[in-house]
Write a protein of this length. Structure first.
Ligand code: ADP
Ligand code: MG
Length: 150
């Protein structure tokens, strides 16, 4: 699908955030500057609005690898794995080891091979003009039919 503008991206992100629950995993795939962090920001801010808590800044975890957000019963783990180049570095992060269920939103997830039940994969590409993007969605588990809902 074509994402026509930032406003359009925000509308799409609302549809996604309404369905997000602990245990879900969102993979964000695409080049630098294509909009992975921007989409994450909209997802988190829309969740904060839905759950009636104050909106916060959502910054890129490029250097920190991870930022966490507690939104009432939801716990969001926002990863940016751009700097991770080896599988053993990834293993050290233990992304899928913790016992508690969280929502994981992961930029640059290419090295992750762990099979995941409820996964939403979002592919972004540049479009014809500055504010346009192409978006392709592949879901599994509860997200399997989701591409027909947006
Ligand atoms: N339709 C759009 N979707 C996503 N980003 C857009 C769109 N139009 C313009 N942008 C701009 O593109 C940039 C995307 O940057 P960012 O989200 O940091 O990318 P990434 O995390 O993929 O490197 C932002 O400055 C954002 O405002
Ligand atoms: Mg980013």
């Amino acid at each position: 699908m074509i994402v026509k503008s930032l406003d359009h991206l925000n509308i799409i992100s609302k549809t996604i955030s309404q369905k997000l629950e602990n245990g879900d995993c969102v993979f964000l795939i695409g080049e630098i500057g294509v909009g992975k962090t921007t989409l994450t920001r909209y997802l988190i801010n829309n969740l904060q609005i839905q759950k009636k808590i104050k909106e916060t800044a959502v910054l890129s975890p490029t250097f920190n690898l991870l930022y966490e957000y507690e939104i009432k019963d939801l716990k969001i783990m926002h990863y940016d794995l751009y700097r991770i180049k080896k599988v053993n570095e990834l293993d050290h992060l233990g992304i899928f080891l913790e016992n508690e269920k969280t929502v994981k939103i992961i930029e640059w997830p290419d090295l992750i091979k762990t099979p995941l039940t409820n996964k939403l994969e979002i592919h972004l590409e540049y479009g014809k003009n500055d504010n346009e993007r192409k978006m392709n969605i592949h879901g599994s588990g509860k997200w399997e039919e989701f591409e027909n809902e947006v």
